[in-house]
Ligand binder design. Structure first.
Ligand SMILES: Cc1ncc(C[n+]2csc(CCOP(=O)(O)OP(=O)(O)O)c2C)c(N)n1
Length: 296
């Protein structure tokens, strides 16, 4: 199989204010590498506004528009309309938001953008909690995870609910393209980004984004944790194009989910029985994904 050449150009500057080991910086770096210099990024309140735009500096070599927490999808549609009105057909509008700003408070705006058929890319970088404000649970926080609002104490065992299936919600809008990507697999990531450039209409990337302080693991383990997420089927890589599902990284045999969970402090309280329940939930999701791929 032909290997992809990763573009040498950088649109993210080396100076920024992310935590060490922050995968969200790699998500932005790979997205912009794949899109090139014509991107305009709109960001809501999230870690990335702090990482990228501490006044009066910027960490990006492309324009950035900050928007309200709930408004990314609307901001994307507005920027596309403005670019079209100015005859700037080459501009690539990118909405870039966290899981809280996408799966929870920004869901309505995202739905509107998808339903209107806005020709743009929306990227949800998923660190599985509201990290910027101190690790509060979001709809995308997985079952059993410790957060500051789902503590581990006499009355609580971490988050009691499962992770919201944002890809399924997006797929229900029948977008032009949607895919999951993971910073631990940069070539696959770049292929998905490059593909979005060839497709008109609304595109969505669900980007897995490990977070050392929020997930409680050492910063140098970000890529290893990212690999484990996909290699245990906790975060499978797949795309949906024209309604057809295709798994983009298929494993002979997945590793046990326990390996992924035990690498992170946020899951350190889980018993063997709780881990077995999470394994069976992961197995069920994987079987459903295989069935969706078979449906074609
Ligand atoms: C309407 C509104 N409510 C709350 C906030 C406070 N706030 C700013 S960022 C943030 C968390 C964002 O979480 P997420 O979207 O998951 O991104 P992350 O911080 O994890 O990168 C919150 C609650 C806000 N700015 N606006």
């Amino acid at each position: 199989m032909a290997r992809l050449t990763i573009p040498a150009e950088e649109y993210m500057r080396s100076g920024h204010s992310a935590c060490p080991g922050c995968a969200a910086t790699l998500v932005m770096r790979y997205v912009l590498k794949g899109l090139g210099p014509n991107a305009i990024v709109t960001l809501p309140a999230c870690c990335w506004t702090v990482i990228g735009t501490p006044f009066p500096t910027t960490a990006l070599n492309v324009p950035i528009l900050d928007c309200a927490f709930e408004a990314t999808g609307a901001s994307v549609s507005g920027l596309r309309a403005a670019a079209d009105a100015l005859g700037l057909a080459d501009v690539i509008v990118v909405g870039f938001a966290g899981d809280g700003g996408t799966a929870d408070i920004g869901l309505q705006a995202l739905s509107g953008m998808l339903e209107r058929g806005t020709d743009a890319l929306y990227v949800m970088y998923d660190n599985e909690a509201y990290m910027n404000t101190g690790v509060q649970r979001s709809g995308a926080t997985p079952l059993g995870a410790w957060t500051t609002t789902t503590p581990v104490d006499a009355t609580s065992r971490g988050k009691g609910e499962g992770k919201k299936d944002v890809m399924a919600i997006v797929a229900a809008h029948r977008p032009a393209y949607a895919a999951t990507v993971n910073v631990a697999f940069p070539e696959d990531f770049l292929k998905r980004v490059e593909k979005t450039k060839t497709i008109r209409g609304p595109k969505f990337l669900h980007a897995f984004s490990p977070c050392p302080p929020g997930w409680r693991y050492p910063p140098e383990k970000t890529i290893a944790i990212g690999r484990l997420a996909t290699d245990t089927n906790s975060f499978p890589l797949y795309e949906i194009e024209g309604g057809k599902y295709r798994i983009t990284r298929k494993l002979g045999r997945a590793r046990p989910v326990a390996e992924y969970l035990k690498a992170q402090g946020r899951f350190s309280h889980l018993t063997d029985a709780e881990i077995a329940a999470i394994q069976s939930e992961v197995d069920g999701r994987w079987a459903r994904l295989l069935a969706l791929e078979t449906l074609g």
